[in-house]
Design a protein around this ligand. Sequence first.
Ligand SMILES: Nc1ncnc2c1ncn2[C@@H]1O[C@H](COP(=O)(O)OP(=O)(O)OP(=O)(O)O)[C@@H](O)[C@H]1O
Length: 262
Amino acid sequence: MSAVRVQGLTRIYPASDGEQVRALAGVDADFAAGTFTAIMGPSGSGKSTLLQAAAGLDRPTEGSVWIGGTELSRLSETQLTKLRRGRIGFVFQAFNLIGALTVEENIVLPLRLAGTLPDRAWLRQVIERVGLGDRLRHRPSALSGGQQQRVAIARALASRPEVIFCDEPTGALDTGTAAEVLTLLRGVVNEHGQTVIMVTHDPVAASYADRVMVLADGRIVHDMPQPGADRIAEHLAALGRRPHAATPSAMGLSVATAGAPR
Ligand SMILES: Nc1ncnc2c1ncn2[C@@H]1O[C@H](COP(=O)(O)OP(=O)(O)OP(=O)(O)O)[C@@H](O)[C@H]1O
């Protein structure tokens, strides 16, 4: 069963010089329920655009997106908002927590916005999983970066969504804290059967996934079962050597030495 499917996904942006930017050029992909996928590729290859379209945050120029059995282009803006609040979770690099609210209030905010009552037993599990039970009354500013990202993950999980989309969730974290956050995402897939789709530049982060998809120029150029951090880095470095492709430094390449515990 697919948690997310995209077909013929094309996104064209108007550019300031009157030209057009083809950020996605007909992407087909199927993300099975209960799997963890990393989306990688050079800067400007279309990763965030793919994530935004697949998550219903942006409407594609052409093509279709399904979340479970629901095709997004058939939905009104109100229906799309409802679907995003109930069936999708988001985690961003910049945490995006509300400073005036406590940790607990941040976690339940999407449920309040959706006007739904929290499933108390599920929330307890989520809070226990992210290890923030003793921080619920704190403001986000009193927490470390890793703890703030764990609040953001708990918030993404609060509605018990089918899919969690993450855009560079460890981009602002040090290596050790990043490993904790990635282990948490891995556990969400292994133990709760949720689906995680994560954009990352980091081969070590990608090595926590079941599958690695690499984009270049708005197309999928590699789609492989977890090959390990070293192989991922090699694939990315090879892409960087192609004519006209982004340089390895623009890809934020780091030399990967460690694989991830699964
Ligand atoms: N709102 C926009 N308006 C115009 N062009 C855009 C817009 N958003 C993205 N683009 C262009 O679309 C292409 C793909 O951008 P996207 O952000 O998806 O790439 P990315 O792979 O996520 O890059 P990065 O790794 O640097 O975040 C780029 O050429 C970018 O400049």
